[in-house]
Ligand binder design. Sequence first.
Ligand SMILES: Cc1cc2nc3c(=O)[nH]c(=O)nc-3n(C[C@H](O)[C@H](O)[C@H](O)COP(=O)(O)OP(=O)(O)OC[C@H]3O[C@@H](n4cnc5c(N)ncnc54)[C@H](O)[C@@H]3O)c2cc1C
Length: 593
Amino acid sequence: TLLNLQSSASIAKKLINGNQFDYIIVGGGTTGLTLARRLSDDPKVKVLVLEAGQSGVGNPTVTVPEKSFSFIATGIDWLYSTSPQVHANNLEINLSQGKVLGGDSAVNGLVWSRPFKTDWDDFENMGNPGWNWKNLYTAARKSEKVNIPQAQFAREYGYKVNPASHGTSGPVQASFPPFIPPQHLKFINASIELGHEFNTDPYAGDNVGVWFGLSSQTSQNSRETSEFAYFDPVLNRQNLIVCSYAFVTKLNLSDASRGLVQSTGVQIRFPDGSVVTAKPNKSGEVIMTAGSVRTPQLLELSGIGNKSILQKHKIPVKVDLPGVGENYEDHTLTILTYKLKPGYLSFDALGYNSTLAAEAPTKITFTQGVLNFAPAQSILSAADMQTAKKLLQTKPPSTPQQSFNLIKNKVFSGVPQAEYILFNSFSGGPVKEPNTSYISMAVTHLHPLSRGSIHINTTSIDDHPIINPNVLESDWDSWFLAKATAYGRKFFETEAFKEIFEPAEVFPGLQTQTQADWEDFITKNVNIGYHSVGTASLMPRNKNGVVDTNLKVYGTSNIRVADVSVMPLLVSAHTQTTAYAIAERAAQLIQSS
Ligand SMILES: Cc1cc2nc3c(=O)[nH]c(=O)nc-3n(C[C@H](O)[C@H](O)[C@H](O)COP(=O)(O)OP(=O)(O)OC[C@H]3O[C@@H](n4cnc5c(N)ncnc54)[C@H](O)[C@@H]3O)c2cc1C
């Protein structure tokens, strides 16, 4: 059942006041709705989901893949921003996130990618038995239904899927886009020219090389979200109530047995301003899936967090848990811009080419359909690898020792460190000329060392917390991102790319040459990858962890976290497949506990 708290406030109040729930899920985003569907498979179990945003059904900003990123600064964007980044020219970097059922799955770039095997195994190596590739891969495939490419596109582009590497009957459809512009196809040739391998099976633990990426969209070209894929098919379940416009402001906590704290209720603010408390039943639980920004904020506002931060804000300390809001990281990213030669079109042409505009969306499917995941060894020279060794001798102050060891290991064992993808439009540069089509290449550092934090700034849920990814604190992070960005230019120097791109680089421009130039460029232009994780990390309590291997918040009897905040380390992939995998695994752990 979907209840809109704006239009059905009184019915909702009756229902919430008149019931006690087995599971109260805070946040109806990617992980929240996945979990809600799985937990409510048992008709005896009553599940309540509380989502601050509205439904995404019928909203083209959500459903139409080409409109990806146009949600920014609209009503379905939380519109977060980082604090000034002291190691990056005091930039305040945009961190938009979805305020809508489906959460980030409703607004993301649709890239459907799976990490390198080591990345998920490293969750286990951070001190979390069971959180390894084998189990997460099983969970990930549960969420997935891969669509075999139509013969016509398979022939035209060379699309291939190995069904054995995918889920084939899960809720979320993953499909190849039906149209790939020539520049993306040339990206494969350019990569091969530079010695990168063409990978035909990147979803089974080895994602190295250049490959066709699936998108989280149906075979009919419509975005998949956790709302459409997981919730809509079970909309009529009586034991599952999903509330939209339900803003959670706090968890009520009281003492339980064995020195633990339990949640006795979740405070919900209705659009009319009234506050209603939803209550778990005697053995009921509260599960936090409000995402990496709001989960730590809500825990702190409720009294779970670092004692000194809570005391500073005069919040009574229920559980002194210093890991809350710490271990925060996001991928760092830079962008190069190039101009296509006349005759080649990107999204920019929608503004000046009426034939193309009329053919959209069939002809210009939103696509980042070709991805290149590069290990350090394929983009650094032998001399650079020596410098890398030196730089990686010193652990930056903010990096946990175990993360440092594991990342170092990844660098020298061929786990991808940089990702290259093409955005099919202008992104940055001094002037955007009329009647011109541009392409932007995003370069991502996949395993940064710097760690930041997300903590409350005030005691009001209406104020955003202080979001500090602390980008580029580590020398390795700035050195490597500069190297990786400089390498990005090499793709445009290949025969394949020279055919279709103008030689003059639009941004940053060919005056950027030395390592110092590139470091200056990235310091002034770094972005983050919208892959914020780690703020309620799965780690032992004495290592600054927030949740145990059953996702239970330390010091509590009935509160869990099951969103990407629990990821103790970033992965060499975009994060939605890991989000779905975490939620599928969480459901299993909860059901068997
Ligand atoms: C712009 C953007 C582009 C991205 N692109 C990609 C991509 O192409 N591929 C990829 O794999 N990943 C991508 N990601 C990342 C990926 O989508 C996320 O990591 C993942 O979906 C996060 O899932 P989650 O469940 O942890 O959080 P979310 O999906 O964000 O869910 C959190 C939910 O909680 C709700 N909520 C928060 N606070 C409250 C409150 N107080 N009360 C009630 N509800 C609340 C939110 O509204 C939201 O619905 C992108 C993310 C963004 C933002």
